[in-house]
Design a protein around this ligand. Structure first.
Ligand SMILES: Cc1ncc(COP(=O)(O)O)c(C=O)c1O
Length: 323
């Protein structure tokens, strides 16, 4: 059955994956934006079928492995992840009949680990930084590589940290979607830095269309616990990062990620996760000093997977909930 994006009737969950004809939504913000001459939009990546921006890279990597005949009933995927890529890969792999193993740092919120189990992942939980870092002797990425090397009949590792398809996915889907959705009017693009697939792929596409578009990366202060993203000091480990494709890197106090997530829910009706909320805070500061423009922010996932982190950082949220 062909996907019908008007009626929204689909032959399988895979038909919901976004592309220029079926983009994730752009939603304009109002109350929290300091100037009404600046149109600021959130791109709601949690509308992806498995709940985050990582569906895009995961799908490109799974499709590629399938095309190369590297996946079978006996052989599935193994990946290190702060949760979202693991969830996307696992959901896709299991729906297509492959196993999935995910190596995840222990600091990742419990909700994400439980979701991975619900999705059917075999899980290794390691004492590692919240966003796995390549090169660490005994970190999550190394353990995933070890599984793939030691058991090549059981696992292949897509390796989102080095796989150029992670960038290509955004160059071919997210970038063109944003260009079309803003009728080419976009002036500012805001994203975070995890594997850097999103910011690299979108920046490359948008700058080819209009080199004047400002690409701004927003990162948390050092020692943060915002899953999925990195401080610039951890960035030399990302093989996909090319500094020349980013105009500005803003550092924001990581505590604000949690505060702004609550603000976005309470003032805009947007249930944004902490990395999206951090991006919002960066964008808000740019709008304060920019008279007009059209900005698009990547809202990577929603807050549902981070309720335990939210209570940790905003203890008032926990008051009265136990009756
Ligand atoms: C919640 C969240 N935000 C942001 C990102 C960053 O995206 P990218 O890896 O494309 O840089 C990730 C990546 O895992 C993530 O899980």
């Amino acid at each position: 059955m062909a996907a019908d994006n008007t009626k929204r009737v689909y032959g399988s969950i895979f038909d919901l994956l976004p592309n220029v004809d079926n983009p994730t939504p752009l939603v304009r913000l109002h109350k929290l934006v300091p100037s009404d001459k600046f149109e600021l939009y959130a791109k709601l990546e949690w509308v992806n079928p498995f709940g985050s921006v990582k569906d895009r890279a995961a799908w490109y990597m799974i499709k590629d492995l399938e095309a190369k005949g590297q996946l079978s009933e006996q052989r599935g995927v193994v990946e290190a992840s702060s949760g979202n890529t693991g969830l996307s890969l696992t959901a896709m792999a299991r729906a297509r009949g492959y196993r999935s193993r995910v190596v995840i740092p222990n600091k990742v919120p419990r909700e994400k680990k439980i979701l991975l189990k619900i999705a059917g992942a075999e899980l290794d939980v390691l004492n590692d930084s919240v966003c796995p870092a390549p090169g660490m002797g005994d970190g999550s990425i190394n353990l995933a590589k070890t599984h793939a090397r030691a058991q090549p009949d059981r696992y292949v590792m897509p390796n989102q940290y080095e796989n150029e398809l992670n960038v290509l996915a955004h160059y071919e889907t997210t970038g063109p979607e944003i260009w079309k959705q803003t009728d080419g009017r976009i002036t500012h693009f805001f994203a975070s830095l995890g594997t850097c697939g999103t910011v690299m792929g979108v920046s490359k596409f948008l700058k080819e269309k209009n080199p004047k578009i400002k690409v701004i990366a927003v990162q948390p202060s050092e020692g943060h616990d915002v899953p999925g993203i990195r401080n610039i000091s951890q960035l030399d480990v990302s093989k996909l990062f090319d500094r020349s494709l980013v105009d500005d890197v803003m550092e924001i106090d990581h505590e604000l990620a949690y505060r702004r997530a609550a603000d976005l829910a309470q003032s805009e009706g947007l249930f944004a996760g902490p990395s999206a909320a951090l991006i919002f805070e960066g964008a808000r500061r740019v709008v304060e000093r920019t008279p007009s423009g059209v900005g698009v922010m990547i809202f990577c996932d929603n807050v549902f997977k981070y309720t335990s982190n939210m209570i940790k950082h905003l203890p008032e949220l926990g008051e009265g909930i136990d009756g």
